[in-house]
Design a protein around this ligand. Structure first.
Ligand SMILES: CC(=O)N[C@H]1[C@@H](OP(=O)(O)OP(=O)(O)OC[C@H]2O[C@@H](n3ccc(=O)[nH]c3=O)[C@H](O)[C@@H]2O)O[C@H](CO)[C@@H](O)[C@@H]1O
Ligand SMILES: C=C(OP(=O)(O)O)C(=O)O
Length: 422
């Protein structure tokens, strides 16, 4: 199991290229199941989650070729040899549930393991299932699997999500592209990854309007065809690296960064005393003050402050001047980084979904343990500003969502290395 060792050594200066979005790529890949024609994704990130989705699609009979060092994925689902997504793969990655809608829409049947719980919350998939039922699917839950059928095919319907769900919107959107008639999804998620998926589906021949708003209208078509689509920039990787100079000091340019992907987050960073400028190549982030100012944040669905940047922002607030209150409104157990940050000298009180952080002058390096993907990277960010050495273990969580983190931060002057412990 690998560890990442960081020795805090002052300001960071340089350039970091931002990859394609994990969360977009994980929904674009299953879109291949909607067609027997090829789908090519460019700007794909090189991550373990992408390899897991590849393994899942291959287990269904799809072909996935990883080209140009993994940055291009050539997918083809000419014949599906299986319609069963096994627990062994689904348990590794919740996004596996995204194969359900496409398989059902294409062939009228699918069996997909229920994902089970997750470290950051219970994360049920009831809304995925209710949306597909609204489209005419018959579902039977047994042996830990969803057994789904749509005899005669799915049919368009109006469905209002009781709460905003990114994954359920994606599953329903993909399924509706091949349903007979019109589907209207209300209270749909508005995340950039939904817009990216809709754009890719349109390239494949789908008829979709309203992506990026709360109401998405889909006119079902008989079949979808070949397409090539570039994966949208990873706004969470972008926000994470925007925090690196904010925490350690210095000035870093994030290549491919776009403000509209991270506006709510950037507003908070600016309020904390950080300069964020648009450049011809992306965004430049410069810390202007000696110490950051404490700022309150509350996570919300897009366009609000993303839950996937809450842990990283908390790492920044640990050394800010004053007290900040962080409210987590999306997942019920997403403060597992708090006790690890406390091991580095942070002062954090957690009560339910609220964390109160009292900034300290300096953190101290310590051995800490990654508990989930964003928690892992928050500990690395904290380590950049800490005195001495921070050793982050269990970095397999990190490898789900960040490619070459040591190289990217190392290029800006950070002292960071990966140590292979077994
Ligand atoms: C692969 C991927 O894209 N993951 C992202 C996606 O996860 P994911 O799609 O799983 O997140 P959702 O938007 O669905 O979850 C939002 C909330 O709805 C609840 N819920 C969701 C579905 C459902 O059927 N029933 C239900 O109750 C969840 O438990 C959670 O409390 O969006 C999250 C919220 O921005 C991000 O943190 C994840 O990084
Ligand atoms: C929670 C995340 O991912 P997933 O939904 O794949 O668990 C994340 O990307 O922060």
């Amino acid at each position: 199991m690998d560890s990442i060792v960081i020795t805090g050594n002052g300001p960071l200066n340089g350039v970091i290229p931002i990859a394609g979005a994990k969360n977009a790529c994980l929904t674009l890949m299953p879109a291949t199941l909607l067609t027997d024609q090829p789908l090519t994704l460019t700007n794909a990130p090189r991550l373990s989650d992408i390899r897991t989705m590849t393994e899942l699609l291959e287990s269904l009979g799809a072909e996935v070729a990883s080209l140009q060092d993994g940055q291009v994925l050539a997918l083809s689902s000419h014949d599906l040899t299986s319609h069963r997504a096994d627990y062994d793969i689904v348990r590794k990655m919740r996004a596996s549930i995204l194969v359900l809608g496409p398989m059902l829409a294409r062939d009228g049947h699918a069996v997909v393991s229920l994902p089970g719980g997750c470290a950051i919350g219970a994360r049920p998939v009831d809304l995925h299932l209710r949306a597909l039922e609204a489209l005419g699917a018959e579902l039977d839950l047994r042996d830990g699997y969803v057994h789904a059928k749509a005899v005669g095919g799915l049919r368009g319907a109006r469905f209002a999500f009781p709460i905003v769900s990114v994954g359920a919107t994606e599953n329903a959107l993909m399924a509706a592209t091949l349903a007979r008639g019109t589907t209207v999804l209300e209270n749909a998620a508005r995340e950039p990854e939904i817009v990216d998926l809709a754009q890719c589906l349109k390239r494949m021949g789908a008829q979709i309007e309203g992506e990026g708003t709360s109401t998405i209208t889909i006119q079902g078509v008989a079949s979808l065809g070949a397409a090539t689509h570039p994966v949208v920039t990873d706004r969470i990787e972008l926000g994470t690296y925007m925090l690196a100079p904010a925490i350690a000091g210095g000035s870093v340019e994030l290549l491919g960064g776009r403000l509209e992907l991270v506006q709510a987050f950037a507003d908070k960073l600016i309020a904390a005393g950080v300069e964020v400028e648009e450049t011809p190549r992306g965004l430049r982030v410069t810390r202007k003050t000696d110490r950051l100012r404490a700022v309150n944040v509350a996570t919300e669905p897009f366009p609000g402050f993303p839950t996937d940047l809450q842990a990283q922002f908390m790492a920044a607030m640990c050394t800010a001047d004053g007290e900040s209150v962080l409210e987590e409104h999306i997942f019920e157990n997403r403060f597992m980084h708090a006790p690890e940050l406390a091991r580095m000298g942070a002062r954090i009180d957690v009560h339910g979904g609220t964390a109160r952080v009292t900034g300290v002058e300096r953190l101290r390096g310590a051995p800490v343990m990654a508990t989930d993907l964003r928690a892992s990277v928050s500990l690395i960010l904290a380590g950049l500003a800490a005195e001495g050495e921070t050793v982050v273990s269990r970095v397999y969580h990190l490898d789900r969502g960040y490619e070459r983190v040591e190289e990217k931060l190392g290029a800006c002057g950070a002292r960071i290395e990966r140590v292979r412990t077994s």
